[in-house]
Design a protein around this ligand. Structure first.
Ligand code: LCS
Length: 396
């Protein structure tokens, strides 16, 4: 069955972060007026999609609604584990023990909790930059020191500076690395060799790793994701985070997988968590992993085409922009420094001058000047309009 990713879906009245939350998130609630009404913006910012979730997921939620009672609920039925383990086996040739799986309201809340559980008060946490800002927020919130290692960037292709990473991991106070695999915002799918080195460096230096693999299902065709833990079956010091939220556009269900092989840490998690789940979320997530394969396959092709469209558009209209089609994610990381060398707040610039909501480099911790991040998980017509507005604002 062909799914329709060209459909424009009205999100008004849904309390969507994407439509109603941008002032808080992008502009810290500043009292700003724009020459565009809220519904005139092209929205290419927060990492959710403008596509309907798979009908198979919606059907499963409806079926659960029809059961009519929504009392205290938790994943008891092994069918959820079986669906997820089947998914990871099929796509990544990797599974994990059922007892190692806990669920969380999201990966971000899990990061906040795990920083607390894994790190002593004066420990430090290592990340590579640019980075999804909540890695930093989770560390800051618990008053741990953040240590950053800049990725090297060659014409938009990002690689790890292993000497620097290793030197930083050797600091005895560094006890945790939060590692994004695949990487947001660069879109890198790390190779097995890169992952092997990251794991070796961390484990040799007694550093726990949280491998945030939330983007692992949305790869360009031809790319392969390797769970970090797959390469290190002997260790229990790698925690893997995966979720149906990005893959099936259901972040609002707030249901994520955290795979914690270490018994003590898992016990802390279980003791401190009010470990109940939302019944609709379980139904949605289970159906997604059971029946969502074909939908994801079609989505990936649509995204591949959107990236090809974007690349061609930039080559033609903004040839000084530096952009490489990312290996993963629906997020384009574009260096437009040649066009706006002085501009610091790129989100504000594009909201005011283009009517486009996007995330500027300053939102990605460090090593991200001059960049914008464009979410291309939208109908092609919307993408085209967004790109027209962006290039017009840069060239006028
Ligand atoms: N981890 C990474 C690497 C992410 O990119 C995101 C969402 C999350 C975790 C959030 O997980 P959740 O708590 O929803 O399970 N990334 C977003 C982004 O880059 N912009 O908006 C959301």
């Amino acid at each position: 069955m062909p799914y329709n990713f060209d459909e424009i879906i009205d999100r008004t009245g849904t309390n969507a972060m994407n439509t109603d939350g941008f002032r808080d998130y992008l502009f810290q609630g500043a009292d700003l007026t724009f020459p565009y009404a809220d519904d005139e913006f092209i929205r290419m910012w927060v990492a959710d999609m403008e596509f309907a979730s798979p009908p198979e997921v919606i059907q499963a939620v409806k079926a659960r609604l029809d059961k009519r009672i929504f009392g205290y609920t938790k994943v008891f039925d092994p069918k959820y584990y079986e669906a997820l383990a089947h998914w990871t086996q099929k796509h990544y040739d990797w599974t994990f023990q059922k007892e190692h799986l806990v669920t969380s309201n999201g990966i971000v809340p899990a990061l906040y909790d795990l920083v607390d559980y894994l790190c002593q008060p004066d420990d430090k946490v290592l990340i590579v930059t640019p980075s999804y800002a909540f890695f930093k927020h989770a560390v800051d919130y618990h008053h741990r020191e953040l240590v950053t290692s800049d990725l090297a960037n060659q014409a938009g292709y990002y690689t790890i500076n292993f000497d620097d990473l290793e030197a930083k991991a050797k600091d005895e106070k560094v006890s945790l690395c939060i590692f994004c695999n695949p990487h947001n915002p660069s879109g890198r799918v790390w190779t097995r060799e890169e992952l092997q080195r990251v794991g070796d460096i961390c484990l040799e230096n007694n550093v726990w790793v949280i491998s945030d693999e939330i983007h692992c299902d949305l790869l360009r065709n031809g790319e392969t994701h390797t769970p970090l833990a797959k390469l290190f079956p002997e260790t229990d010091r790698i925690i893997t985070c995966m979720a149906p939220s990005k893959t099936f556009n259901m972040a609002g269900f707030m249901f994520s997988n955290v795979i914690i092989p270490n018994e003590q840490i898992r016990a802390v998690w279980q003791a401190r968590h009010y470990a109940l789940d939302n019944p609709l979320s379980i139904a949605a997530a289970q159906a997604a992993y059971q029946y969502g394969d074909e939908w994801v396959a079609q989505l990936k092709s649509y995204l591949d085409d959107n990236f090809a469209f974007l690349k061609e558009y930039l080559d033609r209209h903004l040839p000084q922009a530096i952009f490489r089609i990312p290996e993963a994610t629906y997020l384009a990381w574009v260096d437009i420094g040649a066009y706006l060398p002085e501009e610091q707040n790129l989100s504000l610039f594009f909201a005011q001058n283009a009517g486009v909501l996007l995330e500027g480099g300053n939102m990605f911790v460090a090593n991200s000047d001059g960049h914008i991040r464009l979410n291309v998980a939208c109908p092609r017509s919307v993408l085209e309009e967004g790109l027209k507005r962006i290039s017009h604002a840069l060239l006028r």
